[in-house]
Design a protein around this ligand. Structure first.
Ligand code: SF4
Length: 252
């Protein structure tokens, strides 16, 4: 069963398409937990985990998780946005980890529809789930934002890095790119070593580095260190423009 947590129209705030008007579909569920990525006070509880905690904790956000029984539901949502837009926006499938649904009929049929209709589709993935590109060829025309997690997420290497899956995303798609989340601590110690371990076989793939933080004050703690890191090693700095513009506002 596929779960959708939210959908909204905004600008892409991160990575290769920063600033691009996009319709976002945020799917619920993730195969990782990233316990070091944040601390949230939710319904009287302190929750540790990722910056999209509502997309990974079904228990705490039950009301927001909607079951998607067929692709038509997602297409109807998209069409509602299109009624007010005179051009083709990008479509971003994010999460959580959307690729946990890669083989689900409703999810795949939606991707197929988007590709056939000529939308530019980005899937934001932690890149740990290997996709069967032969069985699901529409994924070949998707741009994957390969947000491979580094040790600052709190997950062990074996859970957060799947080199076979990464290779398969890169070999089967045209414009996918790497996107790493960095903080001051990891930059001082081992960021370069960890990034090189992941990207070394793919010199042709763009590498974006962005600061940790889903709040402006957290972002400001790390942004300059990430920018300096990019200047030294030739990576591309990506801000989190949506955070800069709207801070923690929902659906942005
Ligand atoms: S991989 Fe992404 S969505 Fe999943 S827990 Fe980590 S930060 Fe959250």
């Amino acid at each position: 069963m596929v779960y959708l947590v939210e959908h909204f129209y905004s600008i892409q705030g991160e990575g290769k398409f920063v600033g691009t008007p996009s319709v976002f579909f945020r799917f619920g569920g993730c195969n990782l937990k990233c316990p070091s990525f944040g601390e949230y006070f939710v319904k009287g509880k302190i929750v540790y985990g990722c910056d999209t905690v509502r997309a990974v904790s079904r228990e705490l956000y039950q009301k927001e998780w909607k079951e998607i029984k067929n692709a038509g539901i997602l297409i109807d949502i998209l069409n509602e946005y299109l009624e007010n837009i005179d051009f083709k926006p990008h479509v971003v499938l994010t999460g959580g980890e959307p690729m946990i649904y890669a083989a689900e009929k409703s999810f795949y049929e939606f991707v197929e529809y988007l590709i056939n209709e000529g939308f530019i589709v980005t899937v934001e993935t932690n890149s740990t789930i290997k996709i069967d590109f032969q069985k699901f060829p529409a994924y070949r025309d998707v741009i994957f934002a390969l947000a491979v997690k580094l040790s600052n997420c709190g997950e062990p290497y074996e859970r957060r890095v799947n080199k076979e899956a990464i290779k398969s995303y890169i070999e089967n798609t045209g414009f996918s790119f790497f996107k790493f989340t960095l903080d001051r601590g990891i930059i001082e110690h081992r960021a370069l070593e960890e990034i090189v371990d992941i990207i070394e076989d793919y010199p042709e793939v763009e590498v974006f580095c962005m600061p940790l933080g889903d709040k402006i004050d957290i972002l400001k703690k790390h942004d300059k260190a990430v920018a300096e890191f990019c200047l030294i090693y030739g990576f591309i700095y990506s801000d989190r423009l949506h955070v800069r513009l709207w801070n923690r506002e929902k659906k942005r």
